[in-house]
Design a protein around this ligand. Structure first.
Ligand SMILES: CC(C)(COP(=O)(O)OP(=O)(O)OC[C@H]1O[C@@H](n2cnc3c(N)ncnc32)[C@H](O)[C@@H]1OP(=O)(O)O)[C@@H](O)C(=O)NCCC(=O)NCCS
Length: 173
């Protein structure tokens, strides 16, 4: 997928250094319950595993977000089933150096559009920690509605957001 400033594409081995930079940041990992990779090489292996795991997921996946002008991988975009659920989750991870420019809103909007227009999904969900206001703002900006709290995922109390296809298509008219 292409947006005005970004390319959303599969990961490649050459993304390992940029991905290492992204996932070595405790502030990013705090929002996604992640742990920092131990080395660029381990990051490369993780990216290969992600590519394999989501290669055949009916068009869903976990993708690299590249800033076209800089040819740098600055984030990750995902559209995939939530754990042990048929609900499909949208997610966004962005290198902290690139916060505050609307990049997450830009790629998340494109992923939502793809989920509804191409994959024909009925509902798309997001889950996030209550304290994660930046993420909360992205969810609202792209049109997700807050549903309240859920304990269904990751053994955590999380805020649940949802967008419905019919409503999304109506809002585009
Ligand atoms: C969540 C996360 C992606 C949000 O990043 P972000 O930079 O705040 O979000 P955006 O890229 O959409 O940028 C929005 C900001 O850019 C500003 N902005 C500038 N140009 C803009 C544009 N063209 N469109 C929208 N916003 C724009 C907005 O006003 C907003 O600024 P503010 O922070 O002062 O309100 C980032 O904090 C992150 O990666 N966190 C760690 C991972 C995480 O927690 N993910 C959520 C769980 S899935």
């Amino acid at each position: 997928m292409q947006t005005p400033r970004l390319l959303i594409r599969d990961f490649c081995d050459a993304d390992a250094e940029d991905a290492f930079e992204l996932y070595s940041d405790d502030e990013v990992n705090r929002g996604i319950m992640g742990t920092a990779p131990s080395s660029v090489e381990q990051m490369r292996e993780n990216l290969r595993a992600v590519r394999g795991k989501y290669a055949d997921l009916n068009g869903m996946g976990v993708w690299a977000v590249e800033l076209c002008d800089a040819r740098k991988m600055i984030g990750t975009c995902l559209l995939k089933p939530l754990p042990n659920s048929e609900k499909v989750e949208i997610g966004w991870h962005l290198n902290r150096a690139f916060w505050g420019y609307g990049f997450a809103t830009e790629f998340a909007s494109a992923a939502l559009h793809y989920g509804f227009e191409t994959l024909m999904l009925d509902r798309i969900y997001a889950i996030l920690f209550e304290w994660n206001l930046r993420s909360w703002n992205v969810a609202v900006r792209i049109g997700l509605k807050h549903q309240g709290q859920t304990n269904e995922f990751h053994n955590q109390t999380l805020e649940l957001f949802v967008a419905a296809r019919e409503e999304y298509l109506r809002s585009k008219v």
